[in-house]
Design a protein around this ligand. Sequence first.
Ligand code: AQP
Length: 332
Amino acid sequence: MEKKILYSGMQATGVPSLANYIGAIKNWVNLQKDYNCLFCVVDLHSITVRQDPDFFRTKARDLLTLFIALGIDPKENVLYYQSHVPAHSELSWILNCYTHMGELNRMTQFKDKSQKHEDNINAGLYTYPVLQAADILLFQTNLVPVGQDQKQHLELCRDIAMRFNNIYGEIFTIPEPYIAPVGAKIMSLHDPTRKMSKSETVNENNVIFLLDDPDTIMKKFKRAMTDSLNQVRYDPEEQPGLSNLITIYACATNHTIEECTKEFADSPGYGYIKTKTGEAVVSMLEPFRKRFKELQADPAYIDGIIKNNAERANIMAQGTLAAVKDAIGFPK
Ligand code: AQP
């Protein structure tokens, strides 16, 4: 039986964070054998926030390299830059004409990012979810693994696809989100009421970047915000900092929240939990950092993957785009 299609992407807005790994890429790695997968560096999305050209180019390449270092197989899956496949932009324009402003006005990410970037609230930031819908629908995607923050965008994508299908017939597959039960919203280490984000600007200690060295990781965990209740309970409302550490520890050791809460029940203090969590994260990330350096030292190998996969993605995108244009009635 033909495998179903899985699609997911990540913005080249900085070194990916531990949250991006736990909330998204770890699931990609686990699901890759069972699906035909496309993993995209969504660089067109990244320019909704102003990027320095040299930094941007380097980060985009590092991100694609990191996908491989983290365990994505570049031969079995399609790893590519969004900007190398013009069909994304073309379908995005078309879908803009099937998306209501009222729907976009409800998107919480637009509200959050507008507050963060008050000096540059551009139209791309507003229509970001439409481009995301185009990314997904272009490949007749069945499953989209994402963190909790992207759930609303996925729902909009499904609404746009259903609206289009209602008018023109079964053109798009309606995608399902895949949101892991644990780790779908990793919080910032110093302000555990905010989600951890790779483009953090307030305080670098809020984020574990996937290429941080072990000392830096341990220092960041030791400074993590907890509380003064001195009790070990998993309670994201009352004890968000501690609960975030337990979640990270559970994901890094592949145990359940219950097992980890029990393990920490008699710990001598929160300091112990911070150290154990830091050590578990270092053990998980160190092999990835080493592999990343090896891959970075072989630019010809990475260049080959970029070229070959862009060609594959361009070919795969053509069928849906042609069906959409035909259904709408564009001249042949
Ligand atoms: N805090 C999080 N916990 C779990 N998953 C998360 N993701 C993001 N933050 C968390 C998931 O990571 C994937 C990639 O996201 P993205 O790069 O497309 O953009 P984002 O969601 O806006 O992620 P960031 O890290 O917050 O990026 P910046 O700082 O550039 O805005 C998605 O699957 C997302 O759900």
